[in-house]
Design a protein around this ligand. Structure first.
Ligand code: C2O
Ligand code: CU
Length: 464
């Protein structure tokens, strides 16, 4: 099924099968009385309908899981009830909670065993587009993920409707060549960008499908709007092993946020999203009518995902063909250098207190492979700089838990993010962060196979 109801400015829409879980977890919607009941999050085995093919997977009831939506300053209060046959945890990707709430097994908590429960509870002062996902092994590679949106108290943007789009590479229940794995494919050559990451299959796992909010190309989610509307899209790459390009046919994208953090608006044709990255964009519905392809192209590998942008009242016959390739996919992307933080980190004058120069390859960070790796030890309050040098042939989207970092760009006000893709074959990216959230935090490649193979370090510091 595809959600097709427009939503109002203060409303929200989870485009999957699941209902959203708005304010139920917040204390900001109502009074400041008794704490509201915790929202239950129940991972377990389930089936996902992929355009008529029943795929066995694990999920939080729906894929994606229920949308969690809060307002800045609310308390997130979620009770994990584990219905899986193995231990699990939930990580709040992009948020900076107290360390004990970060959901990393063996680092911040023990995995929650089958039948067990765990209460996650912390305040969410920073607005943005985030995600939640399981953080045990490669559970995220299944359907154990969902969107987490924190709205600002006063929204500075004006728009008429909003959609969250979660992009995923998918293998569960379709790994054998089945009726759906050939659908919606595009020739591999057209998906390959010579400078693109090479994301081939790892450990024998290939991903026959690209899903958008749990939907394969044959059953795309439909985004609705009226002529003249401005839509806000929160685009999130939750794939285990695939970077994506994202474009809307006939409609440029105005980037307003990177990983939830505001940037000066910049209009581009196409987004490139590494695993774990999110972009918020505004789309002006300045065409008269029609149904327009939203194309999602894996970087450097075969496959195809899509959604459809439909102007209200347009006939169903105007649907774009499954594989229609928006020319914008080959257009101008948003580069780090184009992106200017609206709220740069409060870095002091002078130089960083601590600098780590780290090479990246598919199993190591700085020549060490987790768990046989030294923590990156810093001190509370320090300005820490990480220079990341990719010496290998594969692209690495690097994610830091518990902090936002600023990407160093010529403007001096590079985007504030929590996940940054470091290009293959000599790519260098430098990020700065402030050590203001003591604890033991993971820094890792968000390619889950690379992570499993040891591309993880801990950043560690205590309270002064
Ligand atoms: Cu989405 Cu350890 O991260
Ligand atoms: Cu990697």
């Amino acid at each position: 099924m595809a959600a097709d109801a427009p939503l109002t400015r203060r409303g929200f829409l989870a485009l999957g099968a699941g209902a959203g879980l708005a304010v139920a977890t917040g204390c900001g919607g109502g009074g400041r009385g008794a704490a509201p009941a915790a929202l239950p999050l129940q991972p377990g085995p389930m089936t996902l309908d992929l355009a008529g093919h029943e795929a066995a997977t694990w999920g939080y009831g729906t894929v994606p899981g229920p949308e969690i939506r809060l307002r800045a300053g609310d308390v997130l209060r979620v009770r994990l009830d584990n219905g899986l046959p193995e231990g699990t945890t939930v990580h709040w990707h992009g948020l900076a909670p107290p360390n004990a709430m970060d959901g990393v097994p063996g680092v911040t908590q023990d995995p929650v065993g089958p039948g067990g429960t765990f209460l996650y509870e912390f305040r969410t002062p920073v607005a943005g587009s985030f995600m939640y996902h399981a953080h045990v092994g490669v559970q995220l590679d299944r359907g154990l993920y969902g969107p987490l949106v924190v709205e600002p108290r006063d929204e500075p943007l004006s728009y008429d409707g909003e959609y969250v789009l979660m992009l995923d590479d998918w293998a569960d229940g379709v790994e054998e060549t089945g009726p759906h794995t050939d659908h919606g494919g595009v020739p591999a050559e057209s998906a390959v960008d010579p400078g693109a990451p090479t994301t081939v299959s790892f450990g024998g796992r290939t991903y026959p499908l690209v899903l958008v909010n749990g939907h394969p190309p044959d059953d795309p989610p439909v985004l609705e709007g009226r002529p003249g509307d401005r839509l806000r899209l929160r685009v999130m790459n939750v794939a285990a092993d695939t970077g994506f390009r994202f474009a809307v046919a006939g409609h440029p994208l105005t980037v307003t946020h990177t990983d939830g953090m505001p940037v000066e608006p910049v209009t581009v044709d196409v987004l490139r999203l590494g695993m774990g990255e999110r972009y918020d964009v505004l789309v002006e519905l300045d065409r008269r009518d029609g149904a327009w392809q939203i194309g999602i192209a894996p970087e450097g590998r075969r496959g195809w995902g899509r959604a459809v942008l439909r102007y209200a009242g347009s006939p169903a016959s105007s649907a774009p063909p499954v594989t229609a390739w928006p020319a914008e996919l080959d257009g101008r992307p948003a580069e780090h250098a184009d992106l200017i933080a609206v709220e740069p980190l409060a870095l002091p004058p002078g130089r960083p207190d601590r600098v780590f120069d780290l090479t990246l390859d598919g199993t190591e960070i700085g020549g060490q492979s987790y768990p046989d790796a030294d923590p990156l030890t810093v001190a509370e309050g320090e300005w820490v700089r990480l220079t990341l040098r990719n010496t290998g042939a594969k692209w690495h989207p690097m994610h830091l838990h518990g902090h936002h970092f600023q990407v160093l760009t010529p403007s001096g006000r590079g985007p504030v993010k929590d996940t940054v893709a470091v290009p293959a074959r000599g790519g260098v990216v430098t990020v700065d962060f402030l050590a203001t959230n003591p604890g033991r935090w993971l820094f890792h490649c968000h390619n889950h196979h690379h992570m499993e193979d040891g591309m993880v370090r801990l950043v560690r510091y205590g309270r002064k």
